[in-house]
Every structure is written in C-alpha cells, then in structure tokens.
Design a protein around this ligand. Sequence first.
Ligand SMILES: NC(=O)n1nc(-c2ccco2)nc1N
Length: 323
Amino acid sequence: PLVAAERAAWLRAELERHNRAYYVLDAPTIPDAEYDRLFRELQDLERQYPELLTPDSPTQRVGAPPLKEFPSRVHGVPMLSLNNAFEPAEVEAFDKRVRDGLETISAIDYAVEPKFDGLAISLTYENGVFTRGATRGDGITGEEVTPNLRTLRDIPLRLQGDGWPALIEIRGEVLMFKADFARLNARLRERGDKELVNPRNGAAGSLRQLDSRITAGRPLSFFAYGVGAGANDLAVRTHGELMDKLAAWGFPVAAERRVVQGARGLLAYFAEIGEKRPALPYDIDGVVYKVNRLDWQDRLGFVSRAPRFAIAHKFPAEEALTE
Ligand SMILES: NC(=O)n1nc(-c2ccco2)nc1N
C-alpha cells in the first residue's frame, strides 16, 4: 500500500494541477481522455485502499447523494453588507468620514475592486482542507451548500502554499460568466427548458440545487474577496496583502483590483471600471472601496452591521435591457 499511497498522492496533486490549469487559468494542460484515465485510476485506488481516500481528493468533487434540505449554518463571523453610494458627493462624504474617523487630513489608501453581481458565499477551511460552505443568508445564518460548492473547480479542496490559521472563512462571490450564461441558456432552450433570467439568478439557482450533480453540470465561477473568521490570525497589514494571500492559496481574485489614493483615486477608478464594464467577462453592479490598512479598518469599525471603512459605489440601475 505504500506504493499505492504514493501513487494516490501523486494522482491527487496531478489532477488538481490539471483542474486548476483548465478551470482557473483557462489553459488545459492535458487531453480530457488522459485526465479521465488518471481520475479513474485514482477512484480505483481509493476503492481498493479506502484508507487512502482524503476529503480533498478530486474524486470527492462530484457524486454526493442529493440532500433532502439545506442545513442552516451560523457564520463564524457575520457576513457584513455594504452601504451604497450613487453620486460622487456621497463618495467624497465617505472619504471625509473616514479621514475624520482616523483624525487625519492626509489622503487615505483604498483597496478597490469590481463588485461582482453574484451570490455571496463563505467557505470554511480547517487545517487547509475545505470542510463546508454556506450562502450569505441574512449575514448571520446562511444555507449550507457544501456538496454543491465542491463541484466548483475554482474552489480549492485544499489550500496551496502556507500561512493559514487552523480555521479560516474565505469570503467571495459565486457567479456565472456572461459567455457561460449565454451557452447554458442556448443548451436549456434546445432542451425546451425554461431559460435563466440573468447570470446572477443562474448562479443562485445552480448553487441551491439539492442534487449536486445538477450543480456539477452548471458553469459556475468563484472569486475570493475577503476573510471572516481567522482574519486576525494572518500576518498581513493591508487588504491588498490579504488578497495576495488568497491568490497564493489558490483562489481566483479580481484582476482589476488596485490600491488608489483619496476620493480622487476612488472616482477615477469608478470611471475607469465604468468604461470597461461592457467588455468585462462577468456582470458587476458597481465597485467596492475599502480602507486598505486593516488596523484602520478596525479603528473605524461598523455602524450597525455595515462597515464605516467600506462602501459600494453602484452604477445607475439599467432598465431591463433585452440583450
Ligand atoms: N460583491 C463583491 O464583489 N464584493 N463584496 C465585497 C464585500 C462585501 C462585504 C465586504 O466586502 N467585496 C467585494 N468585492
């Protein structure tokens, strides 16, 4: 079995590497037939030597029996909601409140990124292994949809690299790319099934399937954008460094993320992303501004459940466009 154990470990790492290349970097590194052969070899080994079966094995992504209902799960740390700004004056007022709260007159560094229009999710990793995931729900309690989340290749079953605490909650958004949404609707139309209204509904509907094999057939993507429980155990000083860690652990993060200075930097970024928005591969409904220094985020804290250190700046709602 030692040889089998080594072979199984090699197969797990190799299959995850090909998954990541195929699904995260969109650059397949192996023909499908060869991937399937390795996958079946690992399944056979895990059947022959059950002690080799690990929860993070690629064979554990698909095939869980359907659930009767979704268990509800209390988040370790609440998933906060963001206050919205719609006008430049509100953005300037946000920046002023931040500088007053920090008793400084100098320009503040803000971490900025697109606001994905998908489904907010929390992923729990224990000792680096994915153990459960839940929807945002009301921010305190969400629905546990772990078997469905296991089918997303963008979600690592085991964190890469190092430097994570024993328990950590990764926060992010599950979404459907525009092109995947169009292809799925074409498939549904051909089958005479009801089409999805928009990518956000497509992501929500696909993730809240009791049978995870349906979810496995849906083109869902994931982008990480924060940390809940475990954030204080990380040796990072800014949100930007936190995002670098998430990327190093194997999570997709927004390519458009940046650090800008002051209200002027915020508004310039909003205009830049507004220009790029139609060409982005996914729907966004605004951009998110966060004070970059984590110690300053802690100093500013929250008002009710919304943070004083972050807001979303939303684009004007579009009337229902017939694409
Ligand atoms: N939807 C989205 O893209 N979000 N949402 C946050 C968020 C919500 C609460 C704290 O941070 N950040 C990003 N990029």
